[in-house]
Design a protein. Structure first.
Length: 210
């Protein structure tokens, strides 16, 4: 292995140490109350090394968000059968998301608290937009395949994201108590039924419409 390769691997490890330390401190203290010096002390590195990788605390937080987003997308991709129809893939991705959020509940609890912080709101919105775009594409594919009723894809996308987020949040807060695999399956059922069920409009007075 070359010296440059060793240097690169060492640099990646140091960078990840900083990100992991920051995640732990942000969870314990909150974003605003955590100082760069605190992160360096927790990671066991000199402050100068922090600025070698990150110009600001916000840029480190953005790296944490990007890293978790990539991990979530990998978990979704691993759970989704590329040969399955779009609704099945939406279900598989939703279930994988619920499990991922449970595995990383401290991170998502941090996001629950920090969304109102203007300093990082843009970073969080960027992550949400990427996830929404993934789901939006699958919804359109499902509509083109005749599996989901016509309508605004953004409406269905918002419903899917809302179900995954809300049920995961309720589980994280202890409002829903059940094994995470059971919750994931129930969320998958919920999403599938919402996508594929056609609304039944009540008949007008005097009998069914013609």
């Amino acid at each position: 292995m070359t010296e440059s390769r060793l240097h690169t691997e060492h640099g990646i490890e140091r960078k990840q140490q900083l990100v992991a330390a920051a995640e732990a401190l942000f969870t314990e203290r909150g974003y605003s109350a955590t100082r760069i010096s605190d992160i360096c002390a927790r990671a066991g590195v000199a402050k100068g090394l922090f600025y070698w990788y990150f110009p600001t605390k916000e840029s480190l937080f953005a790296e944490l968000v990007r890293s978790m987003r990539q991990s979530l997308r990998r978990a979704q991709a691993a759970a989704m059968d590329a040969t399955a129809d779009p609704v099945t893939r939406i279900r598989q991705g939703s279930e994988a998301s619920v499990r991922f959020m449970a595995e990383h509940q401290s991170y998502f609890a941090l996001l629950d608290v920090e969304r109102a912080d203007d300093a990082i709101a843009g970073v969080l919105q960027e992550g949400s937009d990427v996830y929404a775009a993934d789901v939006h594409r699958l919804v359109r594919d499902a509509q083109e395949a005749g599996l989901v009723p016509d309508g605004e894809p953004a409406f269905y996308t918002a419903g899917i994201l809302g179900a995954v987020s809300s049920f995961s949040h309720a589980h994280r807060r202890g409002h829903i108590r059940m094994p995470i695999d059971d919750l994931a399956r129930m969320v998958g059922d919920w999403v599938t039924q919402a996508l594929t069920a056609r609304a039944q409009r009540p008949s007008p007075p005097g009998g069914p419409s013609r």
